[in-house]
Design a protein around this ligand. Sequence first.
Ligand code: NDP
Ligand code: BG6
Length: 550
Amino acid sequence: ANGRPQISASFRDVAIDGAPSEDGAPEQGGSTVSITVVGASGDLAKKKIFPALFALYYEDCLPEHFTVFGYARSKMSDEELRNMISLTLTCRIDQRENCSDKMEQFLKRCFYQSGQYNSEEGFSELDRKLKEKETIVVEHTNLYEQMQNGYDCEAHANTFHQAGKVQNRLFYLSIPPNIFVDVVRSASRTASSQDGWTRFIVEKPFGRDSESSGELTRNLKKYLAEEQIFRIDHYLGKELVENLSVLRFSNLVFEPLWSRNYIRNVQLIFSEDFGTEGRGGYFDNYGIIRDIMQNHLLQILALFAMETPVSLDAEDIRNEKVKVLRSMRQLRLEDVVVGQYKGHSKGGKTYPAYVDDPTVPSGSITPTFAAAALFIDNARWDGVPFLMKAGKALHTRRAEIRVQFRRVPGNLYGRRSRSVRGGGTTATELEKATNELVLRVQPDEAIYLKINSKVPGLGMRLDSSDLNLLYSERYPAEIPDAYERLLLDAIEGERRLFIRSDELDAAWAIFTPVLADLEANKVAPELYPYGSRGPVGAHYLAANHNVRWG
Ligand code: NDP
Ligand code: BG6
């Protein structure tokens, strides 16, 4: 797993080379993998985790011998779990061959165990069932092998030994954060693999600030080694975010421009055209800065701004991310604008205010929108504003990285000239039309570069147009969901896209002081109508740094 890939090698090729992982025995050969979704009755499990597991199974990406378990307090039979998850399973590309057969086969490998989250008995019972299935998988293998090869004592013994040798277990904690430690304590004590690896995927939020995050890490580490903890940030599994480093480090044209010398500002934009409906209870405890900025947007920023890693190895990449995060200035209150959506009627339809949600306390001042200006105090980025904007209930759904370049010095085409028919393009027009690189993470994934070019004709007018890589045109195959990539990585022991504890500490260090100030000063959010472009304060903030939002 530590080999340095060639340019053509995928991380997948590198990850499954069969080398022992740091936390266990061989990755795949002769092993079983049991995946337990803790909190299986919940929203994320149904919406994302089970469908992602099925997609991996459909694509033959899961190891041969795997089982899936759901664990939660709700009472359910295996059959009821299968019925529940079958409602959200889809074939990624409609009408694909054998989809319903594959679904049936997948569902047969899904089982359920009900239990409390802090109960060692519950997880012991799960352990018993896991062992049962792990053995059944082995027996099936033997029967299958026998049918294929004819009976051969030696081969039989080898197969049994091989398939039964390593039993790997992955727990996905899809539960509220206040019970992460209970589950880890009980599950690690009673349901860890005896001879293979045991890994825990932990969902966000990882704490509310530096202190609580540190405490969570310390508590998890009472029961687990760092190598066993896979802190997930699903934005790191998105295709365009994966492509960010490829774009930068494998094209000669970008890396030389990637600094304060050529880049004026960088914008990281997240917006959703729906509110917090259904998740108000969770959201009110966290707010948009913790929900989106401190993790998803900051992770993208770190990948964008880090120095070239020594290799594509997970630790080399994470080392660079930590370095750049630690070079960032703590965010100050004057560099933040917060907002909250209010009710709004449009076209005969009424949209609720954030505080109309019955699970949100009345009078809540939790921000559902924030804009912030961040700075990296290192030689590469000194003085370049990194502007973040994240909001719920805005006019559109999008996630983008926008890189605005400096203007061309002494631009020939910005001068009015008698020798240019039609007078040319004005300096003001050109000032606006600087180059801009946009990575549209979602929807309609695309990378485009705004350039100036000549409008065809006898005159000499310039026009801003795009060099456009639209994924749906260039790569018609459907893009895998982020959870598919991340689950597969966790199974394969590839940690590159998961957050290391020192990265997390560095990320919280940037945001914790401002979060404390916002709360201590009870800063009232600027109200903006549901479905609007958000508070005008965001424009003033950008203007203070000579930036216009893209
Ligand atoms: P849910 O609120 O749906 O909770 C998951 C399960 O946990 C529930 O089905 C319930 O199962 C159990 N549970 C819920 N509340 C409690 C409680 N107070 N005490 C004990 N058990 C409880 O969560 P989600 O599925 O929405 O999210 C799971 C995790 O993933 C959370 O950490 C969340 O922050 C994170 N996340 C969620 C996203 C989403 O889109 N939903 C997106 C990104 C991250 P039972 O009662 O059967 O035991
Ligand atoms: C989650 C946030 O992490 O990401 C949600 O908690 C948000 O509030 C979601 O809606 C957005 O994810 P995606 O993949 O739909 O953009």
